[in-house]
Design a protein around this ligand. Structure first.
Ligand code: G6P
Length: 614
C-alpha cells in the first residue's frame, strides 16, 4: 500500500532514498518517484510508472544532487498507475512536494472547493489535492508548513502517512500520520523517515514511531518537534530498533519467498522460544498473562483477520474449540467492521495480522473496543499499529517477511494459536494433564519435522512441471486441513495467476465436482486420521472422473498413495498439527509453478504486502 522514505542530513539523499524504496517495494510497485532539493534550492522531481529500478534508469542522466529528499513506491488507489499519478505531488506554486501512503476519503469535496477557487489538478490522485490544501492553508492563514499541515489535516478524513519538503527550507522535513504507519530514524546529524524500519536498518538504531494524528517537524540540529493535529505538544518516545540487515536480505536464495519458506524450521522455533517448555510440560505466554482470566471466562472468542492471517485464524478456531472447549468465531475483518456484529463485554477478540497495519483489521479492533470486549493481537511486526492498539498480545517473532505472498508468518501464527489453545486447556482443565504433556512434547518436535518436510519436497518440482500450464486447480481438505486447502489455493492464485479454489473435501460433491475432468489437478490434503476414510472416498470420486490427483499424506500412507498421480509425504504428527507441515509443500508448489511461468514471485501483480487502505 505504498512505501515512503525521506532523508535529511549531510549525505547524498538519492542513494539512501533508492535503497530505502527497494526495501519497501513489497508495499507497492506500480510506480515510483523521488523529489530532491539541491543546494541551489531547486526542487527536482522524477517519477515514472514501473518499479524502483525503472526510476533508477529514468534518473540516469538527471540532477540527483541534494541532501534532503522524499521518495515513494506506489500501489495505486486513486488513478491508474502512470507517470502523472506517481508521487511525489507538487503544490500549485511548485514550492512544496508531498508523498503519501493512504487514502483521503473526502478528497473530492476538497478538490471541488479548491477548483472553485481556481486550482487546477494534473493527476487523478487524492494526494495532489492534499498538497494543495496544505499550501492553501499556508497562504491564506500565513503560517509555516508545519502549522499548515496540522491545520489542513483537521479537514481530512481517511488515512495518511505523509512527508513534505519545501523550497527555501533545506533543513526541514514535515511529516504526519493517521492509519498508515510511519517511523523516524534518528542518526547523529541526520534523520530518516519511512513506512517501516527496513530502510533505516544499518543507518541508525534509534527510532520513534509516530502515533495517529501526530505531526512532526524534523529539523537538522534540533530535537523532533511533535504535536497532535489538535495542537497538543507531545514528547517523542525514542526506542531501540530490533532489526538486523541479514534478516531483510535474500541470503543466497533466488527470491525472498523461497528464503522465507526455508526459514520455517527456525522461525517456528523462534515463535515457540521461551514459551513452550517441553521439559516442564508447560506453556507460558507472557504477553497475555494479565488477560488469562478474561480468556478463561470468555463467552466467545472472536478472531478477526484478512487473507492468509484469516486462514491461520480458521486453524486456530479448530484448535481452541477442540482443546479448550471455548466457542470461537472467525470473521473477515472487512465484513465484521460493517455488519453490526454482536459482541459482548465478556468476549475476547483476537486480531491476527502479519504486518499489524491492515486497515480492515484495525477498524474491526476499534469496533470490538467500542463494545467493551478485550482485544488481543497476534502480530509479526514489532511496534506495529495493531500491536499498539490492542490490550495485549503475542508476537509471532517470524522476522521480517518480505515476499508479498505470506509463508513463514502463517506457520508462526498457527504455532502461536496452537500454544494458545493448549495453554487455555492447561488453565481451564479441559484436557487432562497427560494429554497436555503429549501435545507439548509433540509441538516441540515440529520445527525438526518442518525441516524433514522441506528435505522431502523435491517431488514438488515435478508436480510443478505437470501443473504449470493448467488454468484451474482445486485444493481439498477436511477439519484443520480445510484452511490448509484454502491457503494452498491462495498461494497459487497470488503468485502464478492460476485460478484455484480451496474447499472442504466433502463439499466437493455440492458443486466443484462438476469441474473435474482430466485437465483438472486436485490437490488433497489427506493427513487426518479421523476423517481419513471419508477423504479416501473423495479421492475415489475424483479418480473416477479422471482428475489428476496430487496428495499430501502422512508417511506410511497406503490407500491415498495408491490412487494418486503424485504424492508428497509429511512426517507423522498430531492430526491437529498437520497444517504446520502440510502447508509447506503447497507453498513450494505455488513457488515453483510461478517460477516456471516466469511470474514475479516476490512482487505479484496487483498485490501489496501491507494493505493499509480499505
Ligand atoms: C495482504 C497480503 C496477504 C496478507 C493480508 C493480510 O493481502 O498480500 O499476504 O495475508 O494482506 O495481511 P496481515 O498483515 O494483516 O496479515
Amino acid at each position: 500500500m505504498c512505501g515512503i522514505v525521506a532523508y535529511i542530513g549531510k549525505r547524498d539523499a538519492y542513494p539512501i532514498l533508492i535503497n530505502g524504496l527497494k526495501r519497501l517495494e513489497y508495499r507497492g510497485y506500480d510506480s515510483a518517484g523521488v523529489a530532491l532539493l539541491n543546494d541551489n534550492d531547486e526542487l527536482n522531481i522524477y517519477k515514472t510508472k514501473g518499479k524502483v529500478s525503472d526510476l533508477e534508469s529514468f534518473t540516469n542522466d538527471k540532477d540527483i544532487n541534494g541532501h534532503i529528499g522524499i521518495a515513494h513506491t506506489r500501489w495505486a488507489t486513486h488513478g491508474e498507475p502512470n507517470d502523472i499519478n506517481a508521487h511525489p505531488h507538487i503544490s500549485r506554486s511548485g514550492n512544496i512536494a508531498l508523498i503519501h501512503n493512504g487514502i483521503i476519503e473526502n478528497y473530492l469535496t476538497i478538490k471541488k472547493e479548491l477548483q472553485n477557487r481556481g486550482y487546477e489538478f494534473k493527476s487523478s490522485t487524492d494526494t495532489e489535492v492534499l498538497v494543495n490544501l496544505i499550501e492553501d492553508v499556508q497562504l491564506t492563514q500565513k503560517v509555516d508548513l508545519f502549522e499548515a499541515t496540522r491545520i489542513a489535516l483537521n479537514h481530512v478524513n481517511g488515512a495518511y502517512a505523509i512527508v513534505l519538503i519545501e523550497k527555501g527550507h533545506p533543513d526541514t522535513l514535515i511529516a504526519a500520520r493517521k492509519g498508515s504507519p510511519m517511523v523516524i530514524g534518528i542518526g547523529g546529524d541526520e534523520f530518516f523517515i519511512a513506512s517501516d524500519a527496513t530502510p533505516i536498518v544499518g543507518m541508525t538504531s534509534r527510532v520513534v514511531y509516530i502515533e495517529n494524528e501526530e505531526v512532526v517537524k524534523v529539523r537538522l540540529g534540533e530535537e523532533l518537534h511533535l504535536k497532535t493535529i489538535d495542537d497538543v505538544e507531545m514528547t517523542p518516545y525514542i526506542q531501540e530498533l530490533q532489526l538486523n540487515l541479514e534478516s531483510i536480505e535474500k541470503g543466497g536464495f533466488d527470491h525472498f519467498m523461497l528464503k522465507e519458506i526455508y526459514e520455517q524450521p527456525t522461525t517456528v522455533r523462534d515463535t515457540m522460544r521461551g514459551r513452550l517448555h517441553a521439559d516442564l510440560g508447560k506453556i507460558t505466554l507472557g504477553g497475555i498473562f494479565d488477560y488469562e482470566k478474561k480468556i478463561l471466562n470468555a463467552r466467545n472468542i472472536i478472531i478477526v483477520a484478512c487473507g492468509t492471517s484469516w486462514h491461520a485464524a480458521l486453524v486456530g478456531s479448530y484448535l481452541i474449540e477442540l482443546y479448550a472447549g471455548i466457542r470461537v468465531k472467525v470473521e473477515y475483518a472487512s465484513e465484521f467492521r460493517y455488519r453490526t456484529p454482536v459482541i459482548f463485554p465478556d468476549d475476547v477478540v483476537i486480531a491476527i495480522s502479519q504486518s499489524g497495519e491492515t486497515a480492515d483489521t484495525l477498524a474491526a479492533i476499534e469496533i470490538a473496543k467500542d463494545k467493551g470486549a478485550t482485544v488481543l493481537g497476534i502480530c509479526n511486526v514489532i511496534g506495529s499499529s495493531i500491536s499498539r492498539v490492542t490490550d495485549a498480545g503475542i508476537y509471532t517473532h517470524a522476522g521480517p517477511e518480505i515476499g508479498v505472498a505470506s509463508t513463514k508468518a502463517f506457520t508462526a501464527q498457527v504455532a502461536v494459536l496452537t500454544m494458545l489453545a493448549i495453554h487455555i486447556a492447561e488453565l481451564n482443565g479441559h484436557l487432562p494433564k497427560s494429554r497436555i504433556m503429549e501435545l507439548i512434547h509433540e509441538l516441540d518436535l515440529i520445527p525438526q519435522k518442518i525441516q524433514t518436510t522441506l528435505e522431502r519436497s523435491d517431488i514438488v518440482k515435478d508436480i510443478a512441471e505437470e501443473m504449470k500450464d493448467c488454468h484451474n486447480a482445486i485444493y481439498l481438505g477436511r477439519l484443520q486441513n480445510y484452511p490448509v486447502a484454502l491457503e494452498g489455493a491462495l498461494k497459487l492464485k497470488e503468485i502464478s495467476y492460476i485460478h484455484a479454489e480451496g474447499y472442504p473435501a466433502a463439499e466437493m460433491k455440492h458443486g466443484p465436482i462438476a469441474l473435474i475432468d482430466n485437465d483438472m489437478p486436485v490437490i488433497f490434503i489427506a493427513t487426518n486420521k479421523s476423517t481419513y476414510e471419508k477423504v479416501v472416498s473423495n479421492v475415489q470420486e475424483v479418480k473416477a472422473r479422471h482428475g489428476k490427483i496430487i496428495s499430501v499424506v502422512t508417511e506410511g500412507d497406503i490407500l491415498v498413495k495408491e490412487m494418486s498421480d503424485y504424492v508428497i509425504e509429511i512426517p507423522d504428527t498430531e492430526c491437529t498439527y498437520a497444517p504446520l507441515l502440510a502447508t509447506i509443500p503447497l507453498q513450494l508448489l505455488a513457488y515453483h509453478i510461478a517460477v516456471k511461468r516466469g511470474c514475479n514471485v516476490d512482487q505479484p501483480r496487483n498485490l501489496a504486502k501491507s494493505v493499509t487502505v480499505e
